[in-house]
Design a binder for this molecule. Structure first.
Ligand code: ADP
Length: 268
């Protein structure tokens, strides 16, 4: 996993969620006593039925919205880590080409165009969009738009990448390719990733830990370590071990939704 050198930035990607409650103004208890410690460089997925507070948790980590109680500490508590957020909707500017869309965060930060050129091109290359620099969003497929959205996050050089069902609207083949490419990027960039998904296979394939959440009130009910080495090649998807973890996550999800034990036979 991460081979970041031991220095003062060592824990910039860590996230500590302690006894967090979130009650919306209409009285909905979105999260109750949520506790979760995420280490620097981990790839964590949050899975759970709709309404169990996954997006709320992600938004609170990003500092979007107020907690009703509890604390969220990012990094080592000293230097603030850089955060990037990727949503299911690529949310690109339709009137701007790929370069301009990717450059947006740097433009907003006041970085001159000339100075940002190499960073933007690097990000475009890293997400596999070399040659599409001057294309407009309407000329791109759903998967390519998502790649632009990831490149836009990349240029900010984040320590923590928050991803809210980024591939949920894509077909299976495209999702699968983006999953592999995302893992490669994660290994190169040493991000800490918190990834929300409904897809159990995606969660197991990507993550070193899968966090299962239950609704009403939203809370963590299982924390499953996926003990399989990286890099994970595509044959990991069809491996016995991957299948067993998927069954375990599925059983924990069934329990979370119904309150009854799911089928766990054969699960290590
Ligand atoms: P998930 O991402 O797991 O689907 P959310 O975090 O979106 O869950 O929502 C958790 C709960 O909080 C749900 O019951 C949802 O209806 C409610 N909720 C989310 N956002 C708001 C809001 N802005 N105002 C009131 N209730 C909200």
């Amino acid at each position: 996993m991460s081979s970041r050198p031991a220095n003062s930035t060592m824990h910039r990607g860590a996230i500590a969620i302690h006894q967090v409650n979130k009650v919306y103004s209409n009285g909905t208890v979105a999260l109750q006593d949520m506790n979760l410690s995420i280490g620097e460089g981990e790839f964590i997925s949050l899975v759970g039925p709709s309404g169990c507070g996954k997006s709320t948790a992600l938004r609170l980590i990003a500092g979007l919205g107020q907690m009703s109680a509890g604390t969220i500490m990012l990094g080592d508590g000293q230097e603030k880590p850089e955060l990037a957020f990727v949503f299911q909707e690529a949310a690109l500017m339709p009137w701007a080409n790929v370069v301009e869309n990717v450059r947006l965060p740097l433009k907003l930060a006041g970085v001159a165009k000339l100075k940002s050129r190499a960073t933007v091109q690097d990000a475009i290359n890293l997400v596999g969009l070399t040659g599409f620099e001057h294309s407009y969003p309407r000329e791109l497929s759903g998967g390519m738009k998502m790649r632009v959205s990831i490149a836009r996050a990349l240029v900010t050089e984040p320590n923590i990448m928050l991803m809210d069902e980024p591939f949920g609207a894509l077909d299976e083949m495209t999702r699968s390719k983006l999953n592999s490419d995302l893992l490669n990027l994660w290994q190169q960039k040493h991000w800490t990733v918190v990834f929300v998904t409904h897809n159990i296979y995606e969660a197991v394939y990507l993550s070193n830990r899968v966090i299962v959440m239950a609704p009403r009130p939203g809370r963590v009910v299982a924390d499953i370590t996926v003990d399989a080495p990286y890099p994970r090649r595509s044959d990991f998807r069809t491996s016995r071990i991957c299948n067993e973890y998927c069954r375990e996550v599925s059983a924990r999800l069934t329990e979370a939704v119904t309150g009854f034990s799911g089928e766990t036979a054969g699960v290590p």
